[in-house]
Design a protein around this ligand. Structure first.
Ligand code: ADP
Ligand code: MG
Length: 693
């Protein structure tokens, strides 16, 4: 009997028992089709050994050499560092975790073949936790003849296991297992390869494959799959929009008096851009179709006021409004602002986070339920089942691109509780060029605040080579002793949050030693939410002078006294990310600086990218230039849609496909709901699980 891949469960494969099934289910993988569409997200090129002289930071390399020195560095935990030499140069291998066996194995004189990502460390180029093979003297080891696929994984499933599983399914496919090719009718028009050929190729690139194309993700076989994935997302988002708008929303016509009172009380006038987006929002919420609008506005462009006016309109129409932020600190800031603004107007603002407990929580929940709370501000605690609104008609989500899929959907349940869907305004500071935003957030309408309030002090941006690091440390000392505060952002380590945290800890220890008179704090992703909040709060209160952090601070604390931002290995970060980080300073009255440290030598593109940061403070210009400058790579916020992560497509790299995707999606949505369903099942398992599509 021929296997139908979308029906056969994974257990039909060799080696898949209850344990592995459970792990696979965690990634929403249940059927053979799900497994087949679990695609490699990159390839390792182990087809040639790179001389150490030619190794560059950011490369994934296969190298070979002999260990010439070996030591355990100082520090609380200590890391094992080995210097690996070949005829052309050397590199450092660094291990944060190692056992006695490894200590012995990685001793001086040992010849190793290593694979891994190269980065800049304090002693030069290094690889953290390389994969390695010990070589026997006199015996040469062949290099691979094809690229090695690397699969996204979950704790407990090794790359070898993924390969063995996909081997079995690819074999079934060759033997004629059933897999529907939903783009068959487009094959000729767009000269597409067949689905099954594309899958074989992407899972197991043949030895003669065009390596550069594959590594860049632009091979026609990859593009065939990317097209289908983008199509599935577009269809899913269109359906999501339709389902959210299927239920009516209240018309929020409001009364002018409150708005005018609020306006009179503001110490400034609204910018033209703020007025423009407010009109767009007002037009939406006066209708009975639920608004689904994305408000883009650079850091500091004044989105909160826009949210406040919108909420006011809901309240003055006799309904409740809610404002949700992704972190406790951000939510608290909003609560503080709204209370200040709205209490004089006779309105009650309630506060709800996971931390509000006991009697206070009970009282707050009652106030929300009986309508005594006009506006509710909080974290995602707002979406817990126990929270019942009397009549919430407008939800503002301050997203800062950190919200997960699950928070967004809880909203629909709230709507069901109330027999209507609230209007939704999602605010983001992520500067995504308009054309791109229209695809990534295809289910939303778009408003942009494209102007900053007048009178901002510019931030001076300085680009410096890493060897000037000591000067910067001196500068930090001087500024902090003068009463100001500073951020020190540690380098990005792709794919390993754990290593990133450890690197930050090392930097923290080094800076602590160099700056004994300052109070230092450390914030990274491995801290519990409570600890993170505590550190941020201490920084906010001025109890910490210098905050050493991984990119977590991007989420956005407002510390007006912080006037110095130092970013290490800035050349490795996306410009949008640098922009977000830089936006943390320049909020107070004093002149602010942002220092972008880089490791020489810089490539031409890297140089130009850092120059862009020097030349402008506009997030949108930065995003546009970033997109123009890099061939591949992602803009922040475009790696996933409201329906989950992309597996093979990239909105930035594949943007040329987007008009085609839109046109095909429109046809399919109109003519072929069955194919739409099938594409959604195939590509959006996660979204399905959340009941979103
Ligand atoms: P963001 O868009 O980053 O959320 P905020 O809403 O926090 O920005 O606003 C940043 C700062 O600018 C706040 O202190 C706010 O009071 C101020 N602000 C907002 N709008 C204006 C305006 N039209 N004129 C002057 N200052 C403004
Ligand atoms: Mg904000």
């Amino acid at each position: 009997m021929t296997t139908e891949l979308d029906k056969a469960p994974c257990q039909t494969l060799h080696g898949v028992g209850p344990r592995l099934s459970t792990l696979l289910a965690k990634r929403s993988i249940y059927t053979l089709q799900d497994l087949l569409f679990h695609l490699p997200f990159r390839y390792l090129d182990r087809t040639h050994l790179m001389p150490l002289r030619d190794v560059r930071a950011g490369d994934y390399v296969a190298i070979e050499g002999v260990i010439e020195s070996h030591r355990v560095s100082r520090g609380t935990k200590g890391s094992l560092m080995c210097e690996l030499h070949d005829a052309s140069g050397y590199i450092i291998l660094r291990f944060f975790h190692f056992n006695a066996e490894q200590m012995r194995q990685l001793s001086v004189g040992t010849r190793l073949r290593c694979f891994g990502e190269v980065r800049y460390g304090y002693q030069g180029l290094e690889i953290i936790h390389p994969e390695y093979l010990q070589l026997t003297p006199g015996k040469a080891l062949e290099v691979d003849d094809h690229l090695t696929p690397i699969y996204p994984t979950t704790e407990g499933i090794s790359q070898g296991q993924w390969r063995r599983l996909s081997d079995q399914i690819l074999e079934l496919l060759i033997q004629g297992a059933v897999l529907s090719d939903h783009l068959l009718h487009l094959q000729e028009r767009f000269s597409l390869p067949s689905l099954s050929a594309a899958l074989q190729y992407v899972h197991r690139p043949p030895p003669d494959a065009d390596r550069l194309q594959l590594l860049a993700g632009i091979h026609p076989m990859q593009q065939r799959l990317a097209l289908e994935e983008l199509l599935a997302h577009h269809i899913g988002l269109s359906r999501l929009r339709a389902s959210l708008q299927a239920m009516a929303a209240p018309r929020l016509n409001g009364v002018e008096t409150l708005t005018l009172q609020f306006l009179a009380q503001l110490p400034f006038a609204l910018t033209a851009a703020q007025k423009k987006v407010l009109t767009e929002i007002r037009t939406d919420i006066e209708c009975s179709v639920p608004m689904l609008r994305l408000l883009q506005g650079d850091v500091g462009s004044g989105k909160t006021i826009v949210a406040a006016f919108s909420l006011l309109q809901a309240v003055s129409s006799g309904y409740q409004g809610a404002l949700m932020a992704p972190t406790e600190i951000l939510a608290e800031q909003h609560y503080h602002n709204l209370t200040q603004w709205f209490t004089p107007l006779g309105l009650t603002v309630a506060w709800l986070s996971g931390k509000v407990k006991g009697k206070a929580r009970k009282e707050t929940l009652t106030a929300i339920k009986d309508g005594n709370a006009h506006i509710v501000v909080g974290t995602h605690a707002l979406f817990q089942e126990a929270v019942q609104f009397k009549n919430m008609a407008l939800l503002v989500i301050d997203e800062q691109h950190r919200f997960g899929v699950d928070q967004r959907l809880a909203l629909r349940e709230k709507g069901l509780q109330q027999d209507f869907n609230p209007h939704q305004l999602i605010m983001t500071a992520t500067p995504i060029p308009r054309t791109l935003a229209m695809s990534v957030y295809a289910h939303l309408d778009h408003s942009i605040i494209d102007e900053l309030p007048p009178g901002r002090k510019p931030i001076q941006t300085i680009v410096l080579a890493n060897d000037k690091r000591d000067n910067i440390v001196a500068r930090v000392k001087e500024q902090c002793l003068a009463g100001r505060q500073a951020y020190w952002i540690c380098p990005l380590i792709e794919d390993s949050e754990k290593l990133q945290c450890e690197a930050a800890t090392t930097t923290y220890q080094q800076l602590s030693a160099q700056l004994p008179n300052l109070k230092l704090g450390l914030a990274h992703g491995a801290l519990s939410a409570n600890d993170k909040t505590a550190v941020m709060q201490a920084f906010k209160n001025g109890d910490i002078d210098l905050l050493v952090a991984t990119t977590v601070v991007e989420v956005g604390v407002d510390v007006p006294n912080a006037s110095l931002m130092i970013i290490e290995n800035a050349e490795r970060m996306g410009l949008s990310q640098l922009h977000q980080l830089r936006g943390r300073v320049g909020r107070g009255g004093t002149e602010s600086f942002c220092v972008l440290l880089y490791q020489a030598p810089l490539s031409d593109t890297a140089y130009q990218r850092l120059q862009v940061m020097r030349s402008t403070e506009s997030g949108f210009i930065i995003a546009e230039k970033d997109l123009a400058l890099r061939g591949s790579g992602e803009l922040l916020g475009t790696r996933q849609t409201g329906l989950g992560r992309l597996r093979i497509a990239s909105y930035t790299r594949d943007s040329a496909l987007l008009p085609v995707v839109k046109a095909i999606a429109q046809d399919l949505l109109r003519d072929n709901p069955v194919v739409c369903d099938a594409l959604i099942t195939r590509w959006l398992a996660e979204g399905l699980e959340y009941g979103q599509v």
